[in-house]
Design a protein around this ligand. Sequence first.
Ligand code: NAP
Length: 525
Amino acid sequence: MTLTGKMLIGQHAITGNSAAIRAINPATDLPLEPAYPGGSGEHVEQACALARAAFDSYHATSLATRARFLDTMADEIEALGDELIERAVAESGLPRPRILGERGRTCQQLRTFARTVRAGEWLDVRVDPALPERQPLPRSDLRQRQVALGPVAVFGASNFPLAFSVAGGDTASALAAGCPVIVKAHSAHPGTSELVGRAVARAVEKSELHPGVFSLLFGSGREVGIALVSDPRIKAVGFTGSRSGGMALCKAAQARREPIPVYAEMSSINPVVLFPAALQARGEALAQGFVTSLTQGAGQFCTNPGLVIARQGPALERFISVAADLVQRSPAQTMLTPGIFQAYESGIGSLLEHAHAQPVAVGLKREAPNQCQTHLFVTRAEDFLADTALQAEVFGAAALIVQCADDEQIRQVIEFLEGQLTATLHLDDADVEAARALLPTLERKAGRLLVNGWPTGVEVCDAMVHGGPFPATSDPRTTSVGTAAIQRFLRPVCYQDFPDTLLPAALKHSNPLQLRRLLDGQREA
Ligand code: NAP
């Protein structure tokens, strides 16, 4: 399939009319063909008008039709074959096995949402039947279900060119909820975006849906992206990326005549607490697990373990020494974009200049452009607590170890942290009470708490939470990974005293969708 450099507005391939972007292969620093001219206000207008026109019919599709559409998207992405894999490798610098795995995850994610849609639990049907004889006042017949919010703008993430991009988690969950989607492609991987966008458009056509269910725009975030978020027909936004980018979108969404929710996943340093008995018993294995997690994918995961917290003493010194040795032997790895590499270098520069961040190890020298050398730093809890700069995310394979005097100082360090996606505890039986004492603080700080594991690797499943208090996300009440992500794009509507014929299928008296309703306060079997 030849790449065209065109956007997709519904089923129409359109050439943009603003400055063109060209992907750069970060492994060579060379540009890739073709050029992708950016869209402008008129394209945002067309895509939004089409998405609005598609909304009522798409939202009214049966659960079976919508689920089949999500399954077809997965089939169409798989049918792209090696061309997609090669392009994604070239545009991201990520190794082929990682991209193959990510395609698998993307398709599994779509099929998981298809299963979720079919099951219908997300409609959260609640029925309080009429009580005409109730004294002193009768009760009306009240029925509640969830409905889709409306067209959603999705910003593709740089670090997951498939699984959190054009047909990634935000798109899958919004489409599952019944919302048309307009994607603002990430400028780092336009070719991958075009290929996947065309696969989605084919799925729309094969499923005989309104063409406005999906559009794909290229161009600058500050122009096309802000115009999209500001358009009154857009009703919610999904984003993964920098704190400044996420906050710019939140600001634009709040400045609208009708403010809308922005689900922005931004920055997290994912603290790991090493408790004394665990550190004593298996410090070396912990150091190995830590460096493996830290260096995976050049550290370009939102769940990268960037902060280790432990009591000072010989066990921690041994952990640091083993980790430093492993870091020194870790190869440099290509980062996603020259911009992300520069941001990493600048973050490392700030730490190197910091009076209280002591460098303990640097990875092997880079051999090609845009390669990330792993960095490990150590600081004392008093110094960490004195300067918020030490908890700024350095996106890449960099971590800081905080040495604490006692459990109370460990708690203070955690209390001092901003909101996080994850917090990890390494503990043995003798550590359980100290861990229990820390839990109330940890629950306030993070969306996912792990014991004796590593935070990288986020399962797509029903129980997953990939979210957390600001700045991990702009809205801590929900998740961007896993089936609960569908709730971001829903809102409840109550139908009072409706005749059965006017009720949506989910709420009819005969319960034709066979949903497990909350009926008069009791969950149906
Ligand atoms: P980014 O710069 O935030 O870009 C993400 C998307 O948002 C792009 O489509 C971009 O458009 C748009 N955007 C950026 N700033 C904007 C603004 N002020 N107004 C409107 N739209 C805007 O993120 P990135 O390119 O993926 O990476 C840059 C940095 O983000 C990294 O170095 C890292 O620090 C952080 N990051 C964090 C995570 C995480 O999960 N925590 C993940 C990825 C990146 P353009 O196409 O115009 O750039």
